[in-house]
Write a protein that binds this ligand. Structure first.
Ligand code: NAD
Length: 697
C-alpha cells in the first residue's frame, strides 16, 4: 500500500486518510494512494461506507502543479474519480482546511460531503489560466446550480463552509473532519441513503436547461473584468457543456478544453507569475534561518493618500495602527476618508456591516511624532521632499523604541540618505506601496546599504501578512517600477512631438493589456506635479507645459490630455488638445508624421525592458522574475503576458536589442541603445530567464 494514504477501519466504516504534507497535493503517489485504498475498502466485506479524509492542516489543496508540463503519470485523476463515484458503497468526503481544484473535484466525485466550519472550497484553476480538468465543471453545477458554479469556476474564488452548506455542496458542517465524517457515514448506512452520484443528478441544472439566460447572464457578470484572458471564457464554455450535453460527453469536452489551455501561452505565463510571486518572497543574500522581528503595533506617519491606504491595509489584517499627523484637522480628514471607504465597501457587501467600526477601532489617530513610541514598525508617508523626510527620520530616531523597523514609503528618494539621519541605519528600509494602497498588492521593499537582514525579513513577512506581494529591490531613483516607468513616459512624450496623439498611444498600451495608458495615467495623477518639478529644475516639456499653462491639470480640473465629463473618470479625446499639440509643434518648427501602432508598442515596451536589464546588471533586482512581480502587482501588467521580462524573452532579446538600436539612431536618442546585459544576452541567443537559472536557456 502507498505511504501517502492508508485505510483504517472503525467497525463498518473504512477511513481512507491521505497524508502528504504540506497540503496533500494530488501528486501521482496521492492519486495512486486514494485509488488503492478506496478499492481495498470496496473489497472489504466488513466495510459498509468509506470516509475520505486528510491528515495535516488541510484536505487536498489542489493539483501538484510541478507535474504540469511533464508527461502525464498514472493513474489519471478522472479514473480515480470514477472508481470513487461508481463505488457500490457510499463514499463521504470529510473536508477541513482548503478543498481546492483537484481536491474539490475529488470531493465532488464522492456521494456525500461534510466539512469543518473553517473550510474553504473552490475551483481556482482559472487563476492559473486553466479550467478544472477532472469533472469540476460538470459536477459542480449539478451540486450547486449553474449560477454559483459560474461564480466559482469562471471567477475562481473559493466559498466558505457556510456558503457551501447553504448551496448544497456539503451536507453538514462537522466538528472534526474524520470524526464528523464517520458519524455522518454511520447515518448514511443506518438510514440506507441512496448513493448520490452528481453525474446522474440534473435537478439543479434543469432550470438553466429550460432557460439558458440564467447561465449566460451569470457568465456575462463574472467575465466583465476578464478582458484579454482566455481561461475564464473556456471555463464558462465548459460549464455550458454541463447544461447542454450528457455527462460523459461534457466530461470529454471539459478535458479537451483543459488540455488546450494547459499548453497555451497564457496559462504558461500565468503559472510563471504564480511561481514568480512565491520566489519573490525569498530574499536573496539573507542568511538562511534569519528570523523577522515581532510586529504587534504599527505607526504610520501621514494620513494622506498613501498613509490612509496603508493604515487600512493593516487594519484589514487586524493589526493595530497609530496614525500620526501634524494637526487635528489633517488627522480628522484622513480618518474620515478611511471610514467612508470602508462604509462604501460594506454597502456593496464586500465586508460585513460591522467591519468598518471594528477596523476604525484598530486605528488610533494621534498628533505628534512622539506617539511612535509603542510601534514595532514605523512607516513614513509624508510629503515627497528629502528635507521633510530627513526631519521626520531624525525625530523617529529620538522617539521610536529600540529595534523598531523604520520604513519610508518614498517613491524615488534615496533611502541611504534618509537612514543616515538616524543613529540606527540598520533598522531603516523602504516599504514602497502603490496607490490606492488599500487595493494595490505590490510592496517594493527597498534594501538600503546598511539595512540589517532581520529588518528586511520583518518587512517582507509583514507585507505578506497584510496580503501584499513583496519584492525586494535596491536603492536607486524610482526603484524598479517607477524607474522603468520613467523610460516609458519619456518615449510617450517624445511620440507626441513626432506626430502621435495621446489617445493613439494610450490605445496601443491598453490593447496590449495594461489597464491604462501613460497619458490617462498622467491625467489621473495630476499634470501640475510634473510641471512644478520641471520649473524647479529649469526643464521644459513644451506640450505638457502648454497644457498646464492652459489650466489643464488632468482629472482634477476636468481637462488634461483628455477631457472629462463632470463626475466621470472616462478620458475623452479632445480636439483642443490636438490643436494645442499642432500649435506647439508649429512653434518648434516640427512636422507631424504618421506613427504606426507597431512603433508605439515597441517604443513603449522595449525601453522599459532595456532599463530592466540595467536594473538586473546593477543588482537592484535580484531576479528577472522580481521585476515581473513588480509590474504584475504594482502596475497592472496583464498576467497572461507574465511580466515585462518574461514577455521580452518570448519576443526574443535579439529582436528587442535590434529595434532599440534602430530607434536610438532613428530618433537620435542614445539612451535607447541596448544596455550591455541585453546586448550580451541577445548576442549569445539567451533569455533573461537564463540568468535566474544561472545557465544558458
Ligand atoms: P499626501 O500629500 O496625500 O499626504 C502626506 C501627508 O503627510 C499629509 O496629510 C501631511 O499632513 C502629512 N505630513 C507631512 N509632514 C508630516 C509630519 N512631519 N508628521 C506627520 N504627518 C506629516 O501625500 P501622499 O500621496 O500620501 O504621499 C506620501 C508619500 O508616499 C510620498 O513620499 C510619496 O512619494 C509616496 N507615494 C505616493 C504615491 C501616490 O500615488 N500618491 C504612491 C507611492 C508612494
Amino acid at each position: 500500500m502507498s505511504e501517502v494514504a492508508k485505510l483504517d477501519r472503525q467497525d463498518i466504516i473504512g477511513i481512507v486518510t491521505i497524508d502528504s504534507p504540506p497540503v496533500n497535493a494530488l501528486s501521482a503517489a496521492v492519486r495512486g494512494g486514494i485509488l488503492d485504498n478506496v478499492k481495498a475498502a470496496i473489497d472489504d466485506p466488513a466495510i459498509k461506507a468509506i470516509v475520505l479524509t486528510c491528515g495535516g492542516r488541510t484536505f487536498i489543496a489542489g493539483a501538484d502543479i510541478t507535474e504540469f508540463g511533464k508527461p502525464p503519470k498514472l493513474p489519471a485523476l478522472n479514473d480515480v474519480l470514477s472508481t470513487i463515484e461508481n463505488s457500490p458503497k457510499p463514499v463521504i468526503a470529510a473536508i477541513h482546511g482548503t478543498a481546492l481544484g483537484g481536491g474539490l473535484e475529488v470531493a465532488l466525485a464522492c456521494h456525500y460531503r461534510v466539512a469543518t466550519k473553517d473550510s474553504k472550497l473552490g475551483l481556482p484553476e482559472v487563476k492559473l489560466g486553466l479550467l478544472p480538468g477532472a469533472g469540476g465543471t460538470q459536477r459542480l453545477p449539478r451540486a450547486v446550480g449553474p449560477e454559483l458554479a459560474v461564480k466559482m469556476i469562471v471567477g475562481g474564488d473559493p466559498i466558505s463552509a457556510a456558503e457551501a452548506h447553504k448551496a448544497g455542496l456539503i451536507e453538514e458542517i462537522v466538528e472534526g473532519p474524520a470524526s464528523g465524517g464517520v458519524e455522518f457515514a454511520r447515518k448514511v448506512v443506518a438510514e440506507n441513503r441512496p448513493l448520490r452520484k452528481l453525474r446522474d443528478d440534473d435537478s439543479k441544472i434543469a432550470a438553466a436547461k429550460a432557460d439558458r439566460s440564467i447561465f449566460t447572464n451569470a457568465v456575462a457578470a463574472i467575465t466583465k473584468k476578464s478582458r484579454g484572458l482566455e481561461a475564464p471564457f473556456a471555463a464558462a464554455d465548459a460549464v455550458g457543456y454541463a447544461i447542454d450535453l450528457p455527462f460523459d460527453e461534457g466530461l470529454k469536452r471539459e478535458r479537451e478544453g483543459f488540455l488546450k489551455l494547459l499548453t497555451s501561452d497564457q496559462s504558461k505565463a500565468q503559472r510563471y507569475a504564480f511561481f514568480a510571486e512565491r520566489e519573490a518572497a525569498k530574499i536573496a543574500g539573507v542568511p538562511e534561518g534569519t528570523k523577522g522581528r515581532k510586529v504587534e503595533r504599527v505607526a504610520i506617519i501621514g494620513a494622506g493618500t498613501m498613509g490612509g491606504g496603508i493604515a487600512m491595509s493593516f487594519a484589514n489584517a487586524g493589526i493595530p495602527v497609530t496614525l500620526i499627523e501634524t494637526a487635528e484637522e489633517q488627522l480628522k480628514r484622513g480618518m474620515g476618508i478611511m471610514q467612508k471607504n470602508w462604509e462604501a465597501t460594506a454597502a456593496r457587501g464586500g465586508i460585513p456591516a460591522d467591519a468598518p467600526a471594528k477596523r476604525m477601532a484598530l486605528i488610533d489617530g494621534k498628533v505628534g511624532l512622539e506617539n511612535v513610541k509603542d510601534a514595532d514598525l514605523v512607516i513614513e508617508a509624508v510629503f515627497e521632499t528629502m528635507a521633510v523626510k530627513k526631519e521626520v527620520f531624525g525625530k523617529l530616531d529620538q522617539y521610536a523604541k529600540p529595534g523598531a523597523v523604520l520604513a519610508s514609503n518614498t517613491s524615488y528618494l534615496n533611502i541611504d540618505a534618509i537612514a543616515a539621519e538616524t543613529s540606527r541605519p540598520q533598522d531603516v528600509l523602504g516599504m514602497h506601496f502603490f496607490s490606492p494602497a488599500n487595493v494595490m498588492k505590490l510592496c517594493e521593499i527597498v534594501r538600503a546599504d546598511k539595512t540589517a537582514p532581520d529588518a528586511l525579513v520583518t518587512a517582507v513577512s509583514i507585507a505578506r501578512k497584510i496580503a501584499k506581494v513583496p519584492a525586494v529591490v535596491g536603492v536607486c531613483d524610482g526603484f524598479v517600477g517607477n524607474r522603468m516607468l520613467a523610460q516609458r513616459g519619456k518615449q510617450a512624450e517624445k511620440l507626441l512631438f513626432e506626430g502621435a496623439l495621446p489617445q493613439q498611444v494610450d490605445a496601443v498600451v491598453t490593447k496590449f493589456g495594461m489597464p491604462m495608458g501613460p497619458f490617462a495615467m498622467g491625467d489621473l495623477a495630476g499634470l501640475d506635479i510634473g510641471w512644478r518639478s520641471r520649473k524647479d529644475r529649469g526643464i521644459k516639456s513644451e506640450i505638457a507645459d502648454a497644457l498646464c499653462e492652459a489650466g489643464r491639470f488632468g482629472q482634477k480640473t476636468g481637462k488634461g490630455y483628455y477631457k472629462y465629463e463632470s463626475g466621470s473618470r472616462a478620458p475623452l479625446p479632445d480636439p483642443d488638445v490636438e490643436k494645442l499639440i499642432d500649435e506647439t509643434l508649429a512653434k518648434l518648427g516640427l512636422k507631424r508624421r504618421n506613427v504606426s501602432d507597431e512603433e508605439i508598442l515597441e517604443r513603449m515596451m522595449y525601453p522599459m525592458i532595456n532599463e530592466g536589464a540595467k536594473i538586473l546588471a546593477e543588482g537592484i533586482a535580484a531576479r528577472p522574475s522580481d521585476i515581473d512581480v513588480v509590474w504584475l502587482y504594482g502596475y497592472g501588467w496583464p498576467i497572461y503576458r507574465g511580466g515585462p521580462m518574461y514577455w521580452a524573452d518570448s519576443v526574443g532579446l535579439k529582436h528587442i536589442a535590434e529595434r532599440l538600436s534602430y530607434y536610438a539612431k532613428e530618433t537620435n536618442d542614445p539612451s535607447l541603445e541596448p544596455a550591455p546585459l541585453l546586448k550580451k544576452l541577445a548576442e549569445e541567443g539567451k533569455t533573461f530567464a537564463s540568468l535566474a537559472q544561472g545557465k544558458a536557456a
